[in-house]
Design a protein around this ligand. Structure first.
Ligand code: KG4
Ligand code: ZN
Length: 344
């Protein structure tokens, strides 16, 4: 079974090829430079860039895998959630390919794709669910922050999510206030690794709240006021690194504490994490330490699968096809606000 998968839900244009669930190619073209001068993703520009890049990226993936479109057995694409114009580009292209080749099409839920990336590993990358354990999964990126209970493959229940900014958005907005280039998360991470986080005590929103929800806009505001009142910290290398470490620790503390609490509450023995912020070195280290302390198995998505990519979309499509063979109609619409609900 040769499957081509497309991801265009936000600012990464990606095409992957999977043979029987093994990743043969995963080409990704990031739009970071395009959106940099605006300090965030501009939806209209993102759609146009996907239109420009999709076919060259598809060609790159096919060449890398040494395959031709005529060999495909199925085509998948992210159907939602995401930016409407951006989703339309990938979905319609995939449906067009499936139509022309008379092959099945699978519309994939973007969060479902993230959920299985921690179970993807090896060389070539493939989905390994033999040692699957019921888990609480943290999906944490620039667009989403949520906790999901995965009782069995394809049995999900959303426990909670952010009520305002996503954690990655908070990293990026705090980094912007600090004067770091967009997207600031990775650079803030680098500076934080040389800083002392205990110099500052930024708010840990909803840390003690019993719900599984998150809120990060108050933390961003606290950083804004701190910089307004202490502009000198940005001029001093060590103070700036300490500030970065303080912001990162506040975000990481909340993410880790709430993930562990949810896992305990759900009686899960395993914790997983995926999404762009899962690249954060502080978050990876803190999740490892907390899971070791509390006796949870931990599966972190491989950093190359953390940020948006089509390989994870292909994995989710493969899983659905293998599960019940259900496909998606060729005239199915995009679902920009698609909720990941109780699926079973
Ligand atoms: O999953 P992703 O590619 O796209 C979505 O937003 O859906 O995640 C991108 C986000 C950005 O906010 C970026 O700053 C953040 O992930 N990010 C990081 C790190 N690497 C990526 N945040 C903190 N530390 C990092 N090392
Ligand atoms: Zn994502």
């Amino acid at each position: 079974m040769l499957l081509l998968a497309i991801e265009t839900s936000c600012d990464e244009t990606s095409v992957a090829l999977l043979r029987d669930g093994c990743v043969m190619a995963n080409a990704v073209s990031s739009q970071v430079e395009l959106h940099e001068e605006y300090g965030g993703v501009v939806p209209e520009l993102a759609s146009r860039e996907h239109l420009r890049n999709l076919m060259p990226v598809a060609r790159q993936a096919l060449d890398q895998a040494g395959m031709t479109p005529g060999e495909l057995d199925a085509v998948a694409a992210t159907r939602g959630p995401g930016l409407p114009g951006a989703l339309l580009v990938g979905l319609r292209a995939a449906q067009g390919m499936a139509f022309a080749l008379a092959k099945p099409f699978i519309g994939v839920h973007h969060h479902e794709a993230h959920l299985y990336s921690p179970w993807t590993g090896g060389e070539p990358l493939s989905l390994a669910l033999d040692d699957f354990q019921p888990n609480v999964s943290l999906i944490v990126s620039g667009g989403h922050t949520m906790l999901v209970h995965v009782g069995a493959p394809l049995e999900h229940r959303v426990l909670g999510g952010t009520v305002d900014d996503a954690a990655g958005e908070c990293f990026d907005k705090a980094a912007k206030l600090i004067g770091l280039p967009y997207p600031g998360g990775p650079e803030l991470d680098r500076l934080a690794s040389e800083g002392n986080g205990s110099v500052h005590n930024f708010p840990r929103p909803k840390l003690r709240d019993d719900s599984h929800d998150f809120s990060f806009s108050g933390l961003k505001t606290a950083v804004r006021y701190f910089i307004r009142d202490n502009p000198g910290v940005l001029e001093d290398g060590q103070q700036l690194r300490d500030l970065c470490a303080g912001v990162q620790e506040a975000i990481v503390d909340v993410l880790v504490a709430k993930t562990i609490r949810a896992a305990k509450k759900m009686g899960a023995k395993c914790v997983t994490a995926s999404g762009g912020v899962t690249c954060n070195s502080g978050l990876r280290a803190a999740l490892k330490a907390a899971c070791a302390r509390d006796g949870f198995a931990l599966r972190l998505a491989n950093p190359i699968l953390c940020t948006d990519n089509a390989a994870m979309v292909g994995m989710a499509a493969h899983l659905r096809l293998a599960n019940d063979g259900e496909t998606t109609p060729l005239d199915a619409e995009i679902e920009p606000n698609w909720k990941l609900i109780i699926l079973n």
